[in-house]
Design a protein around this ligand. Structure first.
Ligand SMILES: CC(C)(COP(=O)(O)OP(=O)(O)OC[C@H]1O[C@@H](n2cnc3c(N)ncnc32)[C@H](O)[C@@H]1OP(=O)(O)O)[C@@H](O)C(=O)NCCC(=O)NCCS
Length: 176
């Protein structure tokens, strides 16, 4: 859970590789900024001595419900040579376990709808930051960590600074 400076470099490089040439550099920069914040939760899965996968969670605020303890999942990455072997699933499970332990209500994510649907994430009613850019609402998903905690909860939201740039929320370039 506590990352050394070496770990941080390895994690940044991992996301650079996982997301590839086009997306990788901006995700690497976002990761570096997240890892500077003490409130960021970082979880690794190792294969041998190497970090094979990493997931970050950051505090996520609901405008109308400041009492809710929510987190944004971003990024989630697995080294290309280890993709499809269950590490992504393991990282999400570890994250949910840890967030449950610290009393979290829910996790939000903007990602591949089918991937997150198969891990229990449902379409979110809370609006994403820069909601006006959300062309694929099915990609904006939520998982209750505390069952029932998000019933009837909606409204606007704000993510942590490293991911507030509108480019992260513009889904217009994604396939239908
Ligand atoms: C997406 C990613 C995190 C998944 O981790 P993983 O360890 O490869 O995935 P797992 O082995 O846990 O799960 C494999 C399952 O995910 C599916 N899957 C993998 N990548 C997917 C993608 N891009 N879109 C949809 N489904 C995907 C597989 O088909 C498989 O489905 P199954 O469980 O029904 O058989 C990983 O492939 C990755 O780092 N990709 C590049 C970075 C990225 O796009 N991250 C953002 C995630 S929103």
């Amino acid at each position: 859970m506590i990352n050394t400076e070496n770990d941080k470099v390895e994690i940044q490089d991992l996301h650079l590789q996982a997301f590839g040439e086009e997306e990788g550099p901006v995700i690497e920069k976002m990761t570096a900024e997240f890892l500077l914040l003490p409130e960021t939760i970082s979880i690794n899965v190792y294969r041998g001595l190497r970090i094979a996968g990493n997931i970050l969670f950051s505090p996520f605020k609901l405008d109308d419900h400041p009492e809710k303890k929510c987190f944004l999942l971003a990024p989630l990455g697995v080294l290309p040579e280890h993709q499809g072997t269950g590490i992504g699933k393991e990282l999400i499970e570890k994250g949910v376990y840890y967030l449950n332990h610290i009393g979290a209500d829910a996790i939000f994510v903007l990602g591949h709808p089918s991937y997150y649907a198969s891990r229990g994430f449902v379409q979110a009613k809370v609006l994403s930051p820069h909601h006006e850019l959300m062309k694929h609402p099915e990609a904006w998903r939520m998982l209750e960590v505390k069952p029932g905690s998000m019933e009837g909860i909606g409204g606007a939201s704000v993510a942590a600074e490293p991911i507030m740039d509108p480019m992260f929320w513009d889904t217009s370039g994604r396939p239908e």
